[in-house]
Design a binder for this molecule. Sequence first.
Ligand code: CR1
Length: 839
Amino acid sequence: MTSLIPPGCPTVLTEDDRTGTSIETLRRAFMDNLFFIQGRFPEVATKNDYYLALAYTVRDRLLLRWLNSAKTYRDQESRTVCYLSAEFLLGPHLGNNLINLGLYEAVEEAMRQTGLNLKELLDQEEEPGLGNGGLGRLAACYMDSLATLEIPAIGYGIRYEYGIFDQEIRDGWQVEITDKWLRYGNPWEIPRPELILPVKFGGHTYSYTDDQGRYRVIWEPHQVVQGVAYDTPILGYKVNTANLLRLWRAEAVESFDFQAFNTGDYYGAVNQKIASENITKVLYPNDEQLQGKELRLMQEYFFCSCALQDMIRLYKQSGKQDLSRFHEKFTVQLNDTHPAISVAELMRLLVDEHLMPWEQAWDITRQTFAYTNHTLLPEALEKWPLDLFGSLLPRHLQIIYEINRRFLDEVRLQYPGDNDRLRRLSIIDESGCRYVRMAHLAAVGSHAINGVAVLHSELLKQTVLRDFYELTPEKFSNKTNGVTPRRWMVLSNPGLTRLITERIGEDWVKHLDQLRQLEPLAADAEFAAQWRSVKHGNKERLAQYIRDRIGVTVDPHSLFSILVKRIHEYKRQHLCVLKVITLYQMLRDQPHLEMVPQTFIFGGKAAPGYYMAKLIIKFINSVADVINRDPVVRDRLRVVFLPNYNVTLGQRVYPAADLSQQISTAGYEASGTGNMKFALNGALTIGTLDGANVEIREAVGAENFFLFGHTVEQLQELRCNGYRPWEFANGHPMLKRVLDLISSGYFSHGDTELFRPLVEHLWQDDRYCLLADYQSYVDCYQRVLQVYQDQAQWAKMSILNVARMGKFSSDRAIREYCQDIWHVQPVKIVLPATAYMTS
Ligand code: CR1
């Protein structure tokens, strides 16, 4: 092999310490990093030193692929997908990178030879929780699939100094702790202090006609901050492609400080610095009332402006000055409306800064953007009060007015005299206090609009974007979500991965449809026994974790029924608690009742300002306390709330589930992706016809899915006729007893006030129709228990579930986006013979 070291390069490395993959090389490289990067002898090194030394060893192997991917894209001027998202919920990098590099076993062995345990080092990693839940995690799965499918892509987002808060449970209540994820350093990112871009805020605009007779607008900001790039390589699975995730951190602009210093205003300069850096301080825990939070709008604009300026910079790198083909080089996906301000920002950059005529700029803009909607919940649809928006982004407000004026003129041509329609379509909400509607801006400024599951995409067309659908039906499509099998099976469920691979080879990891080959094995008793034993091992490990973490003993032979996701009334965690109390009542009524032993496991964070969600957490914990202490039901019923549900905990939980609870009110969960992770790991689902549940049921077969609850249409009818929840409560003796028991203070040490808001809300309003679905849920659960008693039947259904879940790979989803929306092709990355070689 030729030397990796270019002539004159001052280094003492042996030739392949930074790229080699033999166990011996990995071991040596690890010791080298421990010494030269961590500055430690092994005998005084901490676990974190070891973790970091290993992380750097793995990172070196990524860099080779990453630099060559970037170079290839540059050389070939590849069309690139830019995924704009305010959230990327990546989860720990180390394990995933080892899987994708195909180095997991080699590194495990290298560590063993060094006297270390890889699993313990993996546990050291602080997960980057730069997202709230499904939307952020979807972005992470999509980045994995883009790289695996060898699609040139850049993820653009925010480098929050504090990610989603850590959740502690004290006296049953959620307590939020700041997530200091950068405390011990982040070996996966490379700061680019020289890649800085200015972002303006506030101030005013003025216009004039330049000497060539062009109308021009100048924006004089009140404040300028600068965005600094932090780059993280995202490696594909067993390919050479490593794409770029570029997150921006806000900093004060140096020159501003100087100005203040010169006039002697030291504290003013410091304040300016603090104010600038605040922009990327903290991730907002979503589903809270974000309306009117100025800092949130600043975050959104900040990262979009950085991203678009960066794209223009990259575009110009190839020597092209004229931006008329910008949309051919880049296609930009807006992950919900958080980056929707990009539409106005690209117009501003093209028209004001690059002096492009409006019509041409608008053409390019519309061809550049596509928009994914992730929610129909009215309270989650972003809108900004006009005065706030105008004071922060005065130029953008003008641009939006102009976009809107031209847009409404077109609508007028199509629907003359239909003023109501104009009012409904307008980007500006004129009713009462005036707002900018971000979903409308995204819809007008995009050439494609999609929902995230078939049902959701249909409802989108019928409800929130109905008028847009009537106007431009050809823009609309569905792209059902998917999840990456690398993290959610290979990494988190090695036992199942091994078993499957033994039977059908390893192709399924990249082509998840191949799982279908497992179908015939559903009837194979020996295979089914192995299948069950893998599940049991996973359950034992989770049981151990539960014991260590919260001191509750659960029986791995019991049915593990799991509900983990953000806490929200529409997700109906409390419906599951009503069911638990029902079982408890039955056992108290008949202490000798034969019943399948069950463990109910809950997990999830509540937005700090969402009172009801926090009360639901307290409710779960209070019910758990009473039930777990009651000797009558011991061994048959356990309830556990696992604190701090996050990606890492998800990796423990999904493989151990028997039953996946997907019980949202029909019409509210846009897709769900946890539902997919559970089913791929062999859990059966009890669920409503909501989000992607509908398609999962179709895929696995109705006979292998436990369906309950009202459909969207049935709920509509129920509501039309005036939904009276108390009638349901009074009509079902057991339900009434359950509600009365809660009200009596039974689960709150006699306090009849604590859960009153919860119970009263159900009796009187029950917006999410828990009481209407209660009976059907309870009945369905009986079927679950019946089937579970027949372990052979259960295993068969579990195998069939996995065999038929291929569709839910994020690879499939990304292929659809590539074909229908982005029109991009894969680009093969070939590694040069030596690491430093550039041609
Ligand atoms: C939806 O609630 C979906 C994810 C990803 C969430 C969930 O059902 O699976 O998006 N929406 O598409 C969301 O976070 C802001 O909206």
